[in-house]
Write a protein that binds this ligand. Structure first.
Ligand code: 6MZ
Length: 345
């Protein structure tokens, strides 16, 4: 009898995958954090004491972690190192198409402007992206930004999209309890006029529900999380077939979803609604993308065929043209043909 000795974990690592929701500074592995600390500990010994907690009481505690992490990526060379490592780790985990996202950040004391921050990320992608993977960039607008700051991010997206073909979208992220989307809406509308795809962190906590109609009013191309859906949001998302970026570990870790079993991806799967399994912040939440597939499999009983299907269908929701999607689909199908033995369970 044909038996398959490949574990589910190994299968999920080998499976070609799309990662579409990964914040650079949240994706720094313990090893990368150690490397970044080592570069700065002489100047700032306090950095050596920092550790990522095992769990968080509330999502608010998550945003506070970046006060530390941002000290490690406060100059261009550290940003380059972080970006390189994040790409290498995703590629080693079987990611074939990566949309990284990051919030342009300045630190004038070290000569870093928002523009040089983005330039550093873009040129690191150009120089160091592993050959097995394509990497694109989404620029994030933080909910705490002023409209002027948000417009500056759109300016950078326009500039770097012209200079390279790398910037494919604009995101709304940041502390879920702060800021207002309406104040930033003109920046997103301008990004759309320049043909950028838009993804918005959506309804992570119940306090976000009242502004959901404003977010949906700009017709986003994808939504991040979409954890708590009131009827209006649910109907709109289903009617417009808006793909959802799903981050199971992130949601359970930061307590916006009670348990894996109760995760809303189940409803999306039942409704055959488009979704992409993603990590969000694989460093903070200690979960590689392959692990998100393992979790989905174990929690909802998905066999290897269904895992392949989830990964394959995700290609339809990436921020790329049809030609790129078709090329990726061909890679996925060839991989499947060559690895049929891995599907025997
Ligand atoms: C909202 C999040 C997030 O941009 O500096 N970020 N925003 N919800 C989430 N879910 C838990 N996870 C990460 O990466 C870090 C930034 O990404 C946003 C936060 O604004 C955080 O400061 P970059 O590379």
């Amino acid at each position: 009898m044909l038996t398959n000795m490949t574990s589910l974990t190994e299968f999920c690592i080998q499976l070609p995958k799309v990662e579409a929701h990964a914040h650079i500074n949240g994706s720094l592995s313990p090893q990368t954090l150690r490397e970044l600390v080592a570069r700065k500990v002489d100047m700032n010994p306090e950095l050596a004491a920092f550790t990522i907690p095992d769990s968080l009481d509330r999502i608010d505690d998550f945003f506070a972690l970046f006060k530390f992490i941002y000290q490690l990526t406060d100059d261009e060379s550290s940003v380059a190192h972080a970006t390189k490592r994040v790409m290498e780790e995703f590629a080693a985990d079987g990611v074939r198409y990566l949309e990284l996202r990051t919030t342009p950040r300045a630190n004038l004391a070290k000569g870093m402007t928002k523009q040089s921050y983005v330039k550093t990320v873009v040129s690191t992608i150009q120089r160091d992206c592993p050959g097995t993977m394509v990497t694109k960039l989404i620029l994030s607008i933080d909910r705490r930004n002023t409209l002027e700051e948000a417009q500056e991010t759109v300016d950078l997206a326009i500039q770097f999209a012209k200079e390279t073909n790398m910037v494919v979208g604009v995101d709304l992220c940041g502390d879920v309890m702060k800021g207002s989307f309406l104040a930033l809406k003109p920046a997103f509308e301008r990004a759309q006029q320049h043909h950028f795809n838009i993804t918005l962190h959506f309804n992570e906590v119940k306090e976000n529900i009242p502004e959901a109609p404003d977010l949906l009013s700009i017709h986003p191309d994808r939504l991040g999380h979409a954890t708590l859906l009131d009827d209006l949001s649910r109907n709109t998302i289903y009617q417009r077939n808006i793909p959802v970026e799903i981050c199971m570990t992130s949601n359970v870790f930061s307590k916006t979803v009670a348990t894996y079993e109760r995760h809303h991806v189940k409803e999306l799967m039942d409704e055959k609604h488009p979704f992409i399994l993603c990590t969000d912040d694989k460093g903070v939440f200690a979960s590689e993308l392959s692990n998100e597939y393992v979790l989905a499999s174990k929690t909802f009983g998905l066999n290897r065929e269904r895992l392949f299907e989830a990964s394959f269908k995700a290609i339809d929701s990436i921020f790329a043209d049809q030609e790129t999607k078709d090329e990726l689909k061909a890679i996925w199908l060839t991989w499947k043909k060559d690895h049929q033995y891995l599907f025997v369970e």
